[in-house]
Design a protein around this ligand. Structure first.
Ligand code: FMN
Length: 206
């Protein structure tokens, strides 16, 4: 039975990335009658920032951890369990200040754990999330075409590609709804703007 992990990170209810991930989930479910979807709204329930207790607990071997340290890692364990259970991920991302929303970074900090999602072996770092497929659906006010000066300011794609790859997730598809500012300014209506990206989303999710 296929399992999809669906994450949203925009703080906005009328969010473009949320509309696109909703469509992804709808299409994905339509093609998999027995599929399971785990949904997490990272903005509604943000993860805690890492502190000294978390780092101490994470770098204490499993068998030596105190009850208190186990408690400190309980949220991280739960989030990692979701990543391990799911075969596929869809992550909605709002570009904020050329990068990802802070709530998505907090989630990444909770799930990047040595011995759980990556390890260091004789050949250097190894990602432990194997055989997973991720789709990143990003909305941005501007357009950041790779190879253009603006493209160099898009830190969302290179960062997510790198960090997911570090955790072992190398099959990553990026779908971008760039130029959302035009919708905000009333230069284009939302439906017209979203049409090609919604089609792309359906194609990947099917
Ligand atoms: C706090 C904030 C920061 C933003 N920073 C950028 C930015 O750096 N570059 C950009 O192109 N758009 C930026 N935008 C515009 C958003 O990327 C755009 O509104 C997009 O639709 C957000 O996704 P969402 O609709 O899913 O929330 C920003 C918007 C907000 C609210």
């Amino acid at each position: 039975m296929a399992t999809l992990l669906h994450l949203d990170s925009s703080p906005l209810e009328g969010s473009i990335s949320r509309e696109l991930t909703r469509e992804f989930v709808k299409t994905w479910k339509a093609g998999r009658a027995d599929g399971t979807v785990i949904s997490r709204d990272l903005s509604a329930t943000p993860s805690k920032p890492l502190d000294a207790a978390w780092v101490g607990a994470a770098y204490t071997p499993d068998e030596a951890r105190t009850q208190e340290q186990k408690q400190v890692l309980a949220d991280s364990d739960e989030l990692i369990d979701e990543l391990q259970r799911a075969d596929e991920y869809v992550i909605g991302v709002a570009m904020h200040n050329f990068s990802i929303p802070s709530v998505l970074k907090l989630w990444i900090d909770q799930v990047a754990r040595q011995g759980k999602t990556f390890s260091y072996g004789a050949n250097g770092p190894e990602g432990l999330l194997k055989g997973k497929k991720a789709t990143i659906v990003m909305a941005s006010g501007g357009v950041y075409q790779l190879g253009t000066p603006a493209g160099a300011m898009n830190f969302v794609e290179p960062y997510l590609q790198s960090v997911l790859g570090f955790l072992g997730v190398t099959d990553v598809t990026f779908i971008t709804a760039g130029g959302a500012a035009k919708v905000m300014m009333g230069a284009v209506d939302r439906e017209t703007f979203l049409k090609p990206t919604l089609e792309q989303v359906r194609g990947v999710a099917a």
